[in-house]
Design a protein around this ligand. Structure first.
Ligand code: SF4
Length: 244
């Protein structure tokens, strides 16, 4: 099956494991194996096209999210250019780098996962909420909430794995793992991008939670820039199938 024309070798190595939303199920060996009963290839192609549209719309939402962050910064009296230059989560001294989980980027990703739980719990406490937002989202928020939930616990392990690879390379003075480091960091960055886009959709919907939503947006933006600083080659990494 692996030799079948049309399959993209290794596409599943740097994907986000969200097969229900993947635009390449028809070309992924991992998906074929996991689903066992292969759908007709036409059905998969239609499914992929729908998902491609979903992610194109999310890409547009990310552009809007970035604009929103700059607008908010201006409104709060911050110079948007200063905001972009704001200190990123910096790396600790070498001696502290025994464990990737101690890295500030990893800590920030873990903190983010907790912020999400707190935000949803606080929204459920609002007087006009009759049902939990997570289990009964309004249709307009269903997809952004799916995005937030899918990546909530995805970003942290990807960042830890990328940092572990980087630390291992430093210890051995090797570079053979550097591609994997960059590929893993890129997947984490994409997850952060998409999550930022999703939060920007939620932002105007809950004015009474504006401060906490804004805190999440700024935290994610800072984490995004931090990961880009720690892994400057990550954005340019070409993932099989997804990036060309
Ligand atoms: S490439 Fe797509 S279909 Fe394959 S494992 Fe990843 S998310 Fe699932």
């Amino acid at each position: 099956m692996a030799d079948e024309p049309g399959l993209i070798p290794g596409i599943y190595i740097y994907c986000d494991r969200w097969c229900e939303r993947c635009a390449f199920t028809s070309r992924c060996l991992q998906f074929r194996i996991e689903t066992e009963e292969m759908e007709s290839s036409n059905a998969l192609l239609n499914f992929d096209a729908l998902n491609l549209k979903f992610w194109q719309e999310m890409g547009d939402a990310l552009v809007r999210a970035m604009r929103l962050i700059r607008e908010i910064a201006a409104r709060e009296g911050l110079n948007p250019d200063d905001l972009l230059k704001e200190t990123v989560f910096s790396e600790p001294p070498e001696s502290l780098q025994r464990d990737a989980r101690e890295h500030p980027c990893a800590n920030a990703a873990l903190l983010y996962a907790g912020m999400v739980n707190e935000w949803f719990a606080a929204v459920d406490e609002l007087p006009d909420m009759e049902e939990s937002l997570l289990t009964h989202p309004p249709p307009i928020l269903d997809e952004p909430i799916q995005v937030i939930r899918h990546y909530q616990y995805f970003i942290y392990p990807k960042i830890v794995r990328a940092i572990e690879g980087r630390l291992r390379n430093k210890e051995t003075s090797g570079t053979e793992m550097e591609d994997d480091v960059c590929g893993t960091a890129k997947v984490a960055l994409i997850a952060i991008d998409r999550t930022l886009a999703a939060w920007s959709v939620l932002y105007p919907e809950y004015p009474s939670k504006e401060d906490s939503t804004l805190a999440i947006l700024l935290h994610l933006d800072r984490l995004r820039r931090s990961v880009e600083v720690v892994f400057p080659a990550a954005r340019a990494f070409i993932r099989p199938g997804f990036d060309g």
